[in-house]
Design a protein around this ligand. Structure first.
Ligand code: C2E
Ligand code: CA
Ligand code: CA
Length: 938
């Protein structure tokens, strides 16, 4: 009970109603009780007054009777015959009820003398004279009241008989059981009091509050001719509550009982009312948590019942609406996570069928790419699972027309019978259908078809109609289209339509993992076009784009499956062969590609020739991580390029080592330049005819390697050219060379010029002519004292570098064509460019004079150069025979170990001196310094 009440009183309504109940019961209860108490009290008071009246009267009568009987006895004694005053006095004194007797002469003087006795008043005197008794009273000397009956003796004296108060008041105690009795004489002197009398009670007028009094006059006039006495009875005021009789407790008990009863009653009532309220509150809270459970055994037939029923109705609707909303948000989630139409429709269609209370839902989608095709996704509620997707190739136009025409009217039976699309639904018992158009940008993209086996059900409670769902579906389809194109953008190369690096990486990664897991062999090909940059530079970027597109097509032809080809960047492609029987088949594929790309590519009517270098890795043996494999293929591809381009190479571990060495070299070069480790050696260039005219070629040296004295420039210069380091290094070489030339001049060494090698990279720097100029200026050299050696590859850059060469030549600086005969060696170059000197490459000189072909070629070069007015220098002359041959064919300026090896700067002055001192020998056949003695200096 306690437990069940606690929540009740916690409820605000509960507390309020209980309080009201108790209040509304208490007010009449209190009023009623007050009224009753009042009535009871009045009744009690009047009864008690009656009682007091009776009491005083009875007591007064009894007192009067006592006094009368006492007087009767006295009268008998006094009027006895022969009675004398003395005998009478004696007889009276013997009476039991007499306290004292005194005889007094009735003269006033005597009485005055004897103040102890009260003097009768005039009426009493008269009565005494008539031999009648009187009653007088006074306060005695002891402080106690004295009552006397006075009678005239035969002698005429008065006999004062003091009545014993014990006797007189003997029955006063009996009367005064419930009240106090007070008797007072005519003068107000209290003669006696008995029973309950307040301590300082004086008279009835001064009665304390809460007391009541009744009095009665004891009429002494007729018998004793004396003033009346008064007897008063007092008692505490009678009251129901004041009564010490327990009625007070009863009243309280009654009131308490009433309150308890009311409280219990009110709680019972409230509980009855609050219970449904409580249930409703809980149900509302549950609804907030999407729990739409209905009330169990709801049996209220009152307003609460009505409320509960309408609530239940509302939650029912909410449930449907929530599930509609849930479906829509589920669709949104699906869109975010799995943008595949099948999975969206797989979830959506059953929910739609449930929401629309229909028997089948079908989504018809017209193929955007081909006019005559459509797909249908069907869901049959009775089968509770989606049917296989239907491809519709016929009647698409008719269906389209139907979608445009009837939406969303019920589809006509004739149309339904005519179109095969509706056949499966009809077979499943559907006889009524509505068709809703799906559209995107005002184009009908398909239809949502909702079928019913019976009548079309009215709009559902969910607030979502089939038309809403069709709209939603249209949005989904538009989104899908959008995300598909985003997907394409994110995963495909827009130029070639091939996969991009991102999506290819995913595919390749899983192929590598699969190969590893199943013990298969796969290959990764890394392809780079060889002369693509030239196409871009010469024919423009759009031609480059066209060429890349054709390359992609050819790759697709060779591979068959575009999903295995990706364009990684620029002119780099990757090809994945997920499963091959052995490395040989990878090589065959690569060779097929190379052959296919060797065919000329025509873009905008212009023919281009490119080749491809391919690096190949085999997985999992070359690596198990895609990044590792890509890096290895890249290395192999570079090796293929190094090995002469237009070929495919498998990755080998030593390539990696070479690469690492190269990397080490590259970082080492930078450090060497910073730390001034590079130095220059100088190789003499001697002219036999020109009076021992001497020039030197500056050759860079890097002497800081552990095992060899230096790293050959033939190794590090090409690397520096590739990575651009040649630009700062070349600048340093030029300035050092010019600086050294200035120092020699200051020392008085007679040198005609210094020749410095410059690579294409340097010349392509826009600031190169300016830095030449500043080097000349800083060292105080004239232009013709400097010679720049360029290779034929510079000339291959044609127009681009021609301006630079002209600028250089305009400074007076001579240009020497180095290594002539190794490259394209077109003499037309020499004509069109401002070349002053041609240096015949060592590879020809080496073959002299025993190789006929070399002899003829050398000779023709020399003749031709002479014809064009160019000077000729033969490089790498090592033997006397070579020198002799060269002299015979007209080349008298030579460079080579025969005349002098490259040497340190400090050795040049000595060399020059020796050369000069031998100059007089010029006259004979071998008019050059003794080669051996000079050449040793390096
Ligand atoms: P290069 O410009 O053709 O230099 C001539 C090379 O032939 C030098 O090799 C030289 O030592 C070598 N040589 C000269 N006479 C003979 C000979 O009679 N017999 C033999 N066997 N060799 C001879 P080096 O110094 O090793 O230089 C190799 C290449 O490195 C140079 O070929 C040049 O292309 C490049 N190089 C050297 N120094 C520089 C430089 O300062 N700047 C640039 N850009 N390239 C340089
Ligand atoms: Ca050279
Ligand atoms: Ca050379």
């Amino acid at each position: 009970m306690q437990k069940r009440q606690a929540p009740l009183l916690k409820s605000r309504i509960g507390r309020r109603v209980v309080g009201l109940f108790i209040l509304s019961a208490l007010v009449p209860l209190c009023l009623c009780t007050g009224f009753l108490i009042e009535q009871f009290d009045a009744q009690i008071i009047s009864t008690s007054r009656h009682n007091l009246d009776d009491l005083v009267r009875s007591f007064g009568i009894s007192l009067l009777a006592r006094l009368g009987s006492a007087d009767d006895v006295l009268k008998v004694i006094v009027s006895a015959p022969r009675a004398t005053d003395d005998s009478i006095e004696d007889s009276v004194a013997k009476l039991l009820w007499v306290r004292s007797v005194r005889r007094v002469a009735p003269r006033s003087a005597e009485l005055a003398r004897d103040q102890a006795l009260p003097r009768p008043d005039a009426r009493q005197l008269l009565a005494l004279k008539m031999a009648r008794s009187v009653v007088v009273s006074q306060l005695g000397e002891s402080g106690n009241p004295q009552i006397f009956v006075v009678r005239t003796l035969p002698s005429g004296a008065w006999l004062y008989t003091e009545i014993s108060s014990t006797w007189l008041w003997s029955d006063a105690r009996d009367f005064a059981t419930d009240a106090g009795l007070i008797v007072s004489d005519g003068n107000g002197l209290t003669l006696d009091s008995a029973g309950k009398v307040p301590v300082n009670f004086r008279n009835a007028a001064a009665l304390p509050h809460g007391w009541t009094s009744r009095s009665w006059e004891i009429f002494l006039g007729s018998r004793f001719s004396s003033p009346s006495w008064r007897v008063a009875a007092i008692s505490p005021q009678a009251s129901l509550l004041a009564y010490n009789n327990g009625s007070y407790l009863y009243l309280i008990a009654f009131a308490l009982l009433t309150i308890l009863l009311i409280a219990w009653l009110s709680m019972t009532v409230i509980r009855r009312q609050l219970h449904p309220l409580d249930l409703l509150t809980k149900a509302t809270k549950r609804v907030a948590q999407r729990d739409f459970e209905s009330f169990d055994n709801m049996s209220w037939n009152d307003e609460f019942g009505d409320l509960a029923r309408s609530f239940q109705e509302m939650t029912g609707k909410l449930k449907v609406q929530f599930s509609a909303l849930e479906m829509l948000s589920e669709v949104d989630r699906l869109l975010l996570h799995a943008p595949a139409l099948e999975s969206i429709l797989g979830t959506l269609l059953p929910r739609m069928a449930a929401l629309l209370h229909c028997d089948c839902v079908s989504v018809l989608l017209f193929d955007p790419d081909s006019d005559g095709h459509a797909r249908a996704y069907d869901y049959d509620a009775s089968e509770a699972q989606p049917r296989p997707i239907r491809r519709i190739a016929a009647e698409v136009a008719a269906l389209k027309a139907e979608c445009e025409r009837t939406s969303p009217a019920p589809i006509g039976a004739a149309a339904a019978a005519r179109l095969a699309y509706f056949a499966p639904s009809a077979a499943a018992g559907v006889n009524t259908a509505r068709i809703y158009k799906l559209e995107h940008n005002d184009h009908c993209t398909g239809a949502l078809c909702v079928g019913y086996a019976g009548d079309v059900v009215g709009p559902p409670d969910s607030g979502v109609s089939a038309a809403d769902l069709a709209d939603r579906l249209s949005v989904i389809l538009a989104n899908l289209k959008q995300s598909e194109s985003l997907h394409r953008q994110a995963n495909y190369d827009l130029l070639t339509g091939l996969q991009n690096r991102h999506s290819f990486s995913d595919r390749a990664r899983s192929a590598v993992a699969a190969a590893q897991e199943h013990g298969l062999l796969g290959a990764l090909l890394y392809l780079d076009l060889d002369q693509f940059k030239r196409v871009n530079d010469t024919a423009g970027h759009s031609a480059g784009d066209g060429l890349l597109r054709i390359v992609a097509e050819r790759l697709a032809e060779c591979i068959g499956d575009v999903r295995r080809i990706a364009r990684l960047a620029g002119d780099e492609f990757a090809i994945l062969l997920p499963s091959i029987p052995g490395p040989d088949s990878a090589r065959q594929v690569a060779e097929r590609i190379i052959v296919s790309l060797q065919r000329p590519i025509v873009v905008d009517g212009r023919e281009h020739h490119v080749s491809a270098s391919i690096g190949m890795t085999v997985f999992p043996s070359d690596g198990t991580q895609l990044e590792e494999l890509l890096r290895a293929s890249d290395i192999a591809m570079y090796q293929a390029k190094d090995a002469g381009r237009g070929r495919a190479m498998f990755f080998q571990a030593e390539m990696q080592r070479n690469l690492e060495d190269r990397l080490k070299l590259e970082t080492g070069m930078h450090r060497a330049l910073q730390n001034h480790h590079f130095t220059l050696h100088f190789q003499p260039i001697v002219s036999e005819t020109d009076d021992g005219c001497l020039g030197v070629e500056a050759l860079v040296r890097w002497p800081n390697r552990d095992h060899s004295p230096w790293v050959s420039p033939a190794v590090f210069v090409p690397i520096a050219e590739e990575n651009g380091f040649i630009v700062p290094l070349g600048d340093w070489i030029l300035r050092s060379a010019c600086g050294q030339f200035a120092r020699w001049r200051a020392e008085g060494v007679k040198l005609h010029y210094i020749s410095v090698n410059a690579s294409v990279r340097q010349l392509r720097e826009p600031g190169f002519p300016a830095s030449l100029m500043s080097a000349l200026r800083d060292s105080g050299m004239r232009g013709e004292e400097l010679q720049i050696e360029i290779t034929e590859s510079v000339l291959a850059h044609g127009a681009e570098l021609q301006r630079t060469l002209i600028e250089i030549s305009a400074m007076g600086v001579r240009l020497a064509l180095d290594d002539f005969g190794t490259g394209y060696s077109s003499l037309s170059y020499i004509r069109t460019f401002p070349i002053d000197v041609v240096k015949i490459d060592r590879s020809f000189v080496m073959e002299l004079p025993h190789d006929q072909a070399a002899c003829r070629l050398t000779e023709s070069i020399i003749v031709m150069c002479a014809a064009l007015g160019k000077k000729v220098v033969a490089e790498g002359v090592e033997t006397e025979a070579q020198r002799r041959f060269l002299r015979q064919v007209g080349c008298t300026t030579i460079q080579g170990y025969l005349v002098g090896r490259p040497m340190e700067a400090a050795d040049i002055p000595g060399f020059a001196r020796r050369l000069r001192s031998m100059a007089p020998a010029t006259g004979d056949d071998d008019g050059v310094p003794a080669p051996q003695s000079v050449a040793r200096s390096a």
